[in-house]
Design a protein around this ligand. Structure first.
Ligand SMILES: Nc1ncnc2c1ncn2[C@@H]1O[C@H](COP(=O)(O)OP(=O)(O)OP(=O)(O)O)[C@@H](O)[C@H]1O
Ligand SMILES: [Zn+2]
Length: 605
């Protein structure tokens, strides 16, 4: 965009300018934001850059990840990003790692080599991990994310700001198991069920993803009636075992999931007193349900993915892809569902639509299924570019330790007059003194059923999945008993024992140590029995005061955006020093022409 008459060109502080050449920067993630950040770094004179990304280039990345071209599809993002930057600027020293940042190869000493770390990630696990590594190495981290037209940039610096984990993040949206398994009413319920079915057929075993009728559904039971089995599932051999026994026969699978299980659901009469009952569908009948010839469609330009498939087509797609995925599975222990893997996506689209048909729910195109199943909020190239621009502007300030000039800043779509608004917080966000990551003595309460929870479940679900440790060692305090070891083969004998069997009871204290993250956490164990079956089996509470506190409603999975503190009106800001926009003078903020199509905000410093 040509500078407007009112804009003042941005100039880098001369002290920062001097430091740019000698600065060593790590960029984590070479996706939408990462490509932009790398380009900005190279263009603004950074000479020593390292980039890490675990992924390879997908064709769907090409519209916005401009360092990649069609011929690069399938190649590692980090490697190609490096080549593209070097092609434009051969003087930059740039090193690429095609790897996960979670790997033990990147320990605290690896992070200590950098002046700055810039995150351009898309998931919480990796963000949490880099947060801990930067705290441990005491290196400033710039965290960033976008979600559609929204985005944010946040500085994380030990002892100066809050860390990425200071505030609890809302859990991802989930649906009650019985809605998914028994009484779906929206396309999304069928899509979640279809993803679970993929995992039952090919994925990692997860009892939470059962697709069979749930006989424990309280709505299904008459008063005083007991369920068929203790677990609430129809009693039979495990789904995977049965699938293997029938050799992944598509017709048998189809009749089981779409006819027998539906007949079973119909027998749970209470469920259908106020609902439209589902229609069981056999393989033979499905093949009859071909699309009515729709002349309108023939003249309409529609891409294949926008089409809603007939049920006969869904059945055929189901059979074809079961066979393709079975071959892909081969002798691997399991497949991982990926929205960009065509057979996996086709299978989920077909199954979701067959289930939707059975439950009289509107059917959806593959495009719609993909956006729901992949939790995709479309990535907006301009939002990524704006956020990446801010990341690098903040990088300049951090080189000269101007931390106070880097408050969290938010990008969001506003009104019909102005498409984007940038709004900074008034000041740096202070660390939460009860944070179980960055406080001086990290401490957390875990409420868990010590009589039922095994050591392995505790390690995987509590320590790794929810407390984000990578390779914990755990000692029962006071007794000095080692419970979990990060050394393979050392403590596996404990895996299937319950916590109680190892003497871990209500009031026990566990000392958990993650060597890689240089992170020690004290866990107080509290006996807790879930009363409601939809209640999570354990709870993690850093500060017991939080028990009463309302959950903070902020963030989205991709960008983890939260609302800015500043109160906005319908303005685009041109800030100086990010002072309180409400008190800004005309020098600091200008109302742009409301007819303007410009989506760019100029940030001056
Ligand atoms: N643990 C990790 N280690 C290294 N890189 C990671 C890790 N987790 C995620 N990434 C990378 O972070 C990048 C995030 O970029 P982005 O949000 O644009 O996602 P994408 O996968 O490229 O695009 P989309 O999800 O929209 O298809 C990806 O390239 C991804 O491979
Ligand atoms: Zn913290």
């Amino acid at each position: 965009m040509a500078p407007t008459s009112s804009s003042v060109p941005y100039s880098i502080d001369p002290r920062a300018r001097e430091m740019i050449q000698g600065a060593k920067v790590l960029v984590v993630g070479a996706g939408g934001i990462g490509c932009e950040v790398l380009k900005n770094l190279a263009l603004s004179g950074f000479q020593d850059i390292e980039i890490i990304d675990l992924d390879t280039i997908d064709v769907s990345n090409l519209n916005r990840q401009f360092l990649f071209r069609k011929e690069h599809v399938g190649k590692p993002k980090a490697v190609v990003a490096r080549q593209s930057i070097l092609a434009n600027n051969p003087d930059v020293k740039i090193k690429a790692y095609h790897d996960s940042v979670l790997s033990s190869d990147y320990g605290v000493n690896f992070f200590k080599r950098f002046n700055l770390v810039l995150n351009a990630l898309d998931n919480r696990t990796a963000r949490n991990h880099v947060n801990r590594m930067c705290l441990a190495a005491d290196i400033p981290l710039i965290e960033s994310g976008t979600s559609g037209y929204s985005g944010q940039v946040e500085l994380i610096k030990k002892g100066v700001t809050q860390c990425y984990e200071c505030q609890p993040k809302p859990p991802q949206k989930t649906f009650p198991g019985c809605t998914i398994r028994n009484t779906p009413s929206e396309p999304v319920h069928c899509i979640v069920w279809a993803k679970h079915l993929f995992n039952q057929l090919f994925g990692e075993d997860d009892p939470d993803q059962d697709v069979s009728p749930d006989t424990e559904d309280p709505e299904a039971k008459s008063e005083g009636e007991n369920s068929l089995t203790e677990s609430g599932n129809v009693k039979r051999v495990s789904t995977r075992q049965w699938i293997q026994e029938i050799g992944y026969d598509a017709e048998k699978l189809f009749n089981k999931f779409f006819m027998d299980d539906i007949n079973y659901l119909l027998s749970m009469e209470n469920l259908w007193k106020k609902r439209t009952p589902p229609k069981p569908l056999s393989w033979d009948n499905a093949l009859q349900l071909v699309a009515e010839k729709n002349e309108e469609n023939e003249n309409t330009v529609r891409t294949r993915d926008m089409e809603v498939w007939s049920i006969a087509k869904c059945a055929q797609v189901f059979a074809n892809n079961v066979s393709i995925l079975r071959k892909e599975l081969g002798s691997k222990p399991f497949l991982v569902w990926d929205k960009d893997d065509q057979p996996a996506m086709d299978l989920v689209t077909a199954c979701a639509n067959i289930r939707a048909y059975i439950f009289s729910i509107p059917q959806t195109s593959k495009f719609q299924v993909k956006s729901i199943a992949g939790n995709i909020i479309p990535a907006i190239a301009t939002a990524n570019a704006m956020i990446a621009g801010l990341v690098v502007l903040y990088a300049f300030r951090l080189l000269i330790q101007e931390y106070e000039k880097c408050p969290s800043i938010y990008l969001r779509q506003k009104s019909i007059h102005s498409k984007f608004i940038l709004a900074p917080d008034r000041q740096l966000s202070k660390a939460n003194p009860a944070c179980y990551v960055c406080s001086e003595k990290p401490f957390v309460n875990v409420f868990v059923d010590v009589d039922k929870t095994t050591v392995k479940e505790f390690e995987n679900e509590v320590l790794k999945k929810h407390l984000n440790m990578v390779a914990p060692d755990v000692i029962l305090d006071g007794k000095g008993v080692m419970v979990i070891s990060s050394e393979e083969g050392e403590m596996e004998v404990n895996n299937d024992k319950t916590l109680a069997e190892l003497g871990i009871l209500d009031g026990s204290i566990l000392k958990c140590d993650d060597f890689l993250q240089n992170y020690e956490l004290t866990v107080a164990v509290n006996q807790h029995v879930a009363v409601d079956k939809d209640e999570p089996p354990f709870k993690i509470i850093a500060n017991l005061e939080d028990l009463k506190a309302k959950e903070i409603e902020n963030g989205k999975e991709n960008g983890d955006n939260k609302e800015p503190e500043s109160d906005e009106n319908d303005l685009m800001f041109v800030e100086e020093g990010f002072e309180d926009p409400q008190e800004g003078s005309s020098r600091k903020r200008r109302k742009l022409d409301s007819d303007s199509d410009d989506d760019i905000v100029e940030v001056q410093m």
